[in-house]
Design a protein around this ligand. Structure first.
Ligand code: C5P
Length: 236
C-alpha cells in the first residue's frame, strides 16, 4: 500500500529510466525526489510528467546563494508545481527568511498552493574527517545540525533535511510539527555507498523522521519493487 513517507530518489539522467522505475514501482510509491542529476539533464518536463502520473515531488535542487538570488530562483521553481523545495541552511538566516517570505507572498499572489520549503542541514555524506577538514573541529556535527534546524524554523521554513541519526534531537528541539526529511537510509545489510551518517528505515521513523529519502537501495536492487515494499513494511 502506498505510504507518502517513502520518497524515492530518481537519480537518473534519462527520462526513459525514470519512466521505467516509476512504472515498475506502480501504486506502491507516490512521492519522488528529483535532484540535480535529473533536472540538469531533462529539465522541468520530468516534474510535469510525474504530475500526470499523480505523483508528489520533492524538487531537491539545494539552492545556496545570496538572499535575493535564492528567493528569485525559488519563485521560478514554484511555478513548476513541486510539493517540496529546498535551500542550504548554510546560506544563513537572512537568506532563508528572505526566501520563505518571498515564496509565501508570491504563491499567495499567484493563487497557488505554496510548496513546502525545507533546509539542508549538514549533508548525510559528511563524516567526522570531512567535518574536521572544513575546520570545524570544535563543533559536534549533531549540535551544528540542531543549530541549523532552529535557524530554519525561526526563518519560517517548514522543516529540514538531516541524517536519521539527528532526527530525535531535531524533534526535541523544533517540536512535533517541524518536518524532518532523512536521506542516508540503508536497510540492514545493504551497501552504504558514499553515505556516512545512516540508519535503517525503522530507526529513522522511530527517531521522528516524517519522510525517508531512499535512492540506491531501491534503484540498484535486483527487484526494486520488492525492495520498496520491504522498506514500506519496515516504515509501518
Ligand atoms: O542513493 P541514496 O539513498 O544514497 O540517495 C540519497 C539521496 O538523497 C540522493 O539523491 C542525495 O542527493 C539526497 N540527499 C542526501 N543527503 C542530504 C540531502 C539529500 O543524500 N543531506
Amino acid at each position: 500500500m502506498a505510504d507518502e513517507r517513502l520518497i524515492v530518489a530518481l537519480d537518473f539522467h534519462k527520462m526513459e529510466d525514470v519512466k521505467n522505475l516509476v512504472n515498475e514501482l506502480g501504486d506502491s510509491v507516490i512521492f519522488y525526489k528529483v535532484g540535480m542529476e535529473l533536472f540538469y539533464s531533462v529539465g522541468a518536463g520530468v516534474v510535469d510528467w510525474l504530475k500526470t502520473q499523480n505523483k508528489k515531488i520533492f524538487l531537491d535542487l539545494k539552492l545556496h546563494d545570496i538572499p535575493n538570488t535564492v528567493a528569485g530562483g525559488l519563485c521560478s521553481l514554484m511555478n513548476l508545481g513541486a510539493d517540496i523545495l529546498n535551500v542550504h541552511a548554510a546560506g544563513g538566516f537572512t537568506m532563508m527568511k528572505t526566501a520563505a517570505d518571498k515564496l509565501r507572498e508570491e504563491s499567495a499572489k499567484a493563487g497557488i498552493v505554496k510548496p513546502k520549503l525545507i533546509a539542508i542541514t549538514i549533508l548525510t555524506s559528511i563524516n567526522q574527517n570531512d567535518w574536521s577538514g572544513l575546520g570545524y573541529d570544535s563543533l559536534k556535527i549533531s549540535e551544528q545540525v540542531v543549530r541549523f534546524a532552529k535557524l530554519a524554523k525561526d526563518a519560517g521554513l517548514e522543516g529540514v533535511v538531516a541524517s536519521p541519526q539527528e532526527a530525535k534531537l531535531i524533534r526535541e528541539n523544533c517540536g512535533k510539527d517541524f518536518l524532518i526529511v532523512t536521506p542516508g537510509i540503508r536497510p540492514a545489510g545493504s551497501d552504504i555507498n558514499d553515505q556516512s551518517r545512516i540508519s535503517t528505515p525503522a530507526a529513522a521513523i522511530k527517531n521522528g523522521a516524517n519522510y525517508l529519502v531512499v535512492g540506491r537501495p531501491i534503484r540498484a536492487a535486483e527487484n526494486p519493487k520488492l525492495a520498496a515494499e520491504n522498506i514500506l513494511a519496515e516504515i509501518k
